[in-house]
Design a protein around this ligand. Sequence first.
Ligand SMILES: Cc1cc2nc3c(=O)[nH]c(=O)nc-3n(C[C@H](O)[C@H](O)[C@H](O)COP(=O)(O)OP(=O)(O)OC[C@H]3O[C@@H](n4cnc5c(N)ncnc54)[C@H](O)[C@@H]3O)c2cc1C
Length: 485
Amino acid sequence: MPIKTSDEYIDSIRQLKRKIYCMGERVESSVDHPLMRPSLDAAALTYELAHDPEHKELLTAKSTLTGDTVNRFTHIVHSKEDLTKKVKMLRLMGQKTGVCFQRCAGLDAMNAVYSSTYDIDQKQGTEYHKRFRNFLTRVQQEDMIVDAAMTDPKGDRSLSPGQQADPDLFLHIVEERKEGIVVRGAKAHQTGALNSHEILVMPTMALKEEDKQYAVMFAVPADTEGIVYIYGRQPSDLRSLDTGDGSDIDKGNPKYGGQEALIVFDDIFVPRDRIFMMHECEFVGPLVERFACYHRMSYGGCKVGVGDTIIGATASIAEYNGTEKVSHIKEKIVEMTYLNELMYAAGLSAASEAAPLPSGAYWVDPVLANVCKLSVTELPFQIARIAQDVAGGAMVTIPSGKDLHSPEVGHLVEKYFKGVDGVPTRDRLKILRYIENACLGRGALAYLTESVHGAGSPQAQRVMIRRFSNIEHKKRLVRDIVGID
Ligand SMILES: Cc1cc2nc3c(=O)[nH]c(=O)nc-3n(C[C@H](O)[C@H](O)[C@H](O)COP(=O)(O)OP(=O)(O)OC[C@H]3O[C@@H](n4cnc5c(N)ncnc54)[C@H](O)[C@@H]3O)c2cc1C
């Protein structure tokens, strides 16, 4: 069965030889780096649960390419059920990690590239789809993580790629050879970049003919010589470097984290059989739309799962503070649940209204997928606000977990940060720190800022809702009812 165990996955990442920089220093191994390890462990859980008897139904699927059972994070969706299971899987992963587990962007990118290459070949007689199927078969057989590299640095947002003062601010082809192409540029905010085996590069936005050097799609192994990774800082990330008694409390989420990096392609050669688009500008817009919609639906799974943990933390702190029976607190936890399930409902509905594309793969309902993501740009902030309200100010003023272990003041922390009798102070501090992490710290990067910008900023969703919602049809409906020709 081509499904790696989590240990095999971690070993496979350890074997990659890459040029990584973090806080001004070269990093030899991302696997053993304390800032990066929590994100690797979150990604590794996508392997572990695929072997777990309780969850493997959700975490695996039958490949339409090979007929093998593969990890669902490499599966091309061919039914509404596939899409529904994807949302459920992402919620489960959010519940188990409380962070971004970094594997869904690659899954969504592969789905978008699959159907887009099919469409290009149908119209242009190219062989991109065959190449992509070969690539995908390897990804499935070797159970790889694929980085979805779409976002360019973009420089001056008011200018197109070719108008930029520096042409490299959008990744582009700089040389064409018989055996392949040479590309230059960078991809920003790359989730799970250092936990990936392959990088799947796509253009970031619709392009005009004059920008055809930017219309390029390809995959390269993550350890391709010349690629440089520059690791992104995260709020309160240095807590991951803490060791010793009490440091697990201070981390908030002591097990897992997310990860982003800038990936720089400084004249990287891409062999022809790894190129999935080259100059076909008219297909870039639809490709970006497809990826965006798949990914916008995904947020109705992963962020809802993380939301479940925040609701759980809020209910726990209410219990530990002695407020759980107070009516407004009960109401607030209902409110959190209502908001969280709204996002889930939108994600599931985008799956249930999906339809097949010419390639046979299914695409989500674009309006519902965008409604889902637009709600995710707002509702987690309301959920996080309630969590902070219910938690009380202690979530940002409690001393370090190390003070709890101090021979001098440990007994004072124990005494003065106690909530209800019978609950250890240590447990109360852990929950307060979890809420702090999720709403203000390292976790908030994924729960809040990624909810706004990941898969496109809010305005991008409004634009697509406008485009796909068929307002003319709605006008006709009312004119029929009132009798206007
Ligand atoms: C945590 C996180 C993880 C991410 N992971 C990935 C990933 O794995 N892969 C990937 O490819 N990308 C990833 N992204 C990138 C994400 O898709 C972008 O952040 C998003 O598309 C917005 O782009 P930007 O950050 O450059 O912001 P900008 O594009 O600068 O947007 C900032 C604001 O300016 C507005 N704006 C910008 N340009 C224009 C314009 N021309 N006209 C009108 N308004 C404009 C936007 O609407 C927005 O309000 C991630 C982002 C985050 C925050």
